[in-house]
Design a protein around this ligand. Structure first.
Ligand code: UDP
Ligand code: MG
Length: 324
């Protein structure tokens, strides 16, 4: 089979309701571009009929290829596996639920042909998501922008096109706690954006409850910033400064006014609890980084495969070996 020029990578977790429609829309857009393409579907340990439907699509159209995980490893890892297996000169990451409209891919391809190496999609609106999700997402993007060292464009998700050179650079970054949009900013290259409206989910519901979003935010922050660690230093200086000031006030008051400006147990208790709280928080922050270091040091593979279908056996295995 001829080598694909474009690879579309879609991570899927319990997406039985959308896969047929995803295939239909992707193939319509990609066929209209008129160059060979492949659709890499990554099954991230779904509990529904997702893997069966993927295999069925592959039987119908061998351009659909399947990467089947042994369990759920999470969205960012699923995307990573898709990038590892994709063979195209340009690779597009897209959500399976059709919130990222496939027709945007043709705009991305045009930009790529103009010479851009990363074309990310910027959301101008989000449809059908709760105000809570929109609010936390907006806060998240702005916080990350402020405190991290790489400048990640605001309101962009993982929906993006990347040149082969960018994908090869990403494949060398095997960190476990992944924030792929940050990693693509980090590698550099010529980048530009296209605008789109984020649609409602085609079927099913979000797999990013608050708990997962929080963990994702922590991965993003710890992966790209030392600011939380430095916070301990700043807090330490601030509190030490304040207490030195308090000591001076107490001494002056005792010597010259003959009164104690701080009274009784309550003051002591509040001070002790405050310091205790600050110490626990900073310990927790150190713990977040320490746990991540431990995960890296263990050096486990990022994911475990049950099967990879449609990549021509040895070829796929050799790409995987290269990167591990
Ligand atoms: N996803 C995944 N593994 C997970 C959670 C989600 O592969 O553990 C996939 C999911 O199938 C979808 C994409 O990641 O294609 C985005 O997830 P979702 O739509 O649930 O998140 P949201 O768009 O609500 O942020
Ligand atoms: Mg979604």
């Amino acid at each position: 089979m001829e080598r694909p020029r474009y690879s579309i990578v879609a991570p899927c977790y319990n997406e039985e309701g959308v896969l047929h429609e995803l295939y239909r829309r992707i193939s319509a857009v990609m066929d209209s571009i008129g160059e060979p393409w492949e659709l890499v579907l990554v099954n991230d340990g779904s509990h529904d009929r997702t893997p069966e439907i993927m295999r069925e699509l592959h039987r119908r159209d061998p351009r659909v290829k399947v990467v089947d995980f042994a369990r759920n490893f999470g969205h960012q890892i699923a995307v990573t596996a898709g990038l590892d297996f994709a063979q195209g000169d340009a690779v597009v990451i897209i959500d399976a639920d059709l919130q990222d409209p496939p027709q945007v891919i043709s705009d991305m391809v045009n930009k790529w042909k103009e010479g851009y190496e990363v074309v990310y999609a910027v959301r101008t609106h989000r449809k059908g998501e709760t105000w809570f999700k929109r609010f936390t997402a907006s806060l998240f993007y702005r916080l990350i922008y402020r405190i991290t060292d790489v400048k990640i464009p605001l309101d962009t998700g993982d929906f993006r096109l990347m040149d082969r050179k960018v994908v090869d650079a990403l494949k060398q970054m095997r960190e476990r706690h992944r924030f792929i949009r940050g990693m693509t900013s980090w590698v550099g290259f010529r980048q530009t954006g296209v605008y789109y409206v984020r649609e409602e989910r085609f079927a099913g519901q979000t797999h990013y409850p608050f708990r997962k979003m929080f963990k994702f935010a922590l991965d993003a922050i710890t992966g790209f910033s030392y600011l939380p660690l430095q916070l301990a230093t700043y807090l330490g200086f601030a509190i030490a400064g304040l207490s030195a000031l308090a000591a001076v006030i107490v001494i002056i008051a005792r010597l010259f006014i003959g009164a104690a400006p701080f009274y009784g147990q309550a003051t002591t208790l509040v001070c002790v609890l405050f310091i205790g709280g600050v110490q626990l928080i900073t310990l927790g922050i150190i713990g977040e980084y320490l746990g991540r270091i431990y995960d890296e040091v263990k050096g486990r593979p990022l994911y475990v495969l049950r099967e990879a279908i449609g990549f021509g056996g040895s070829e796929a295995l050799s790409t995987r070996r290269e990167v591990e």
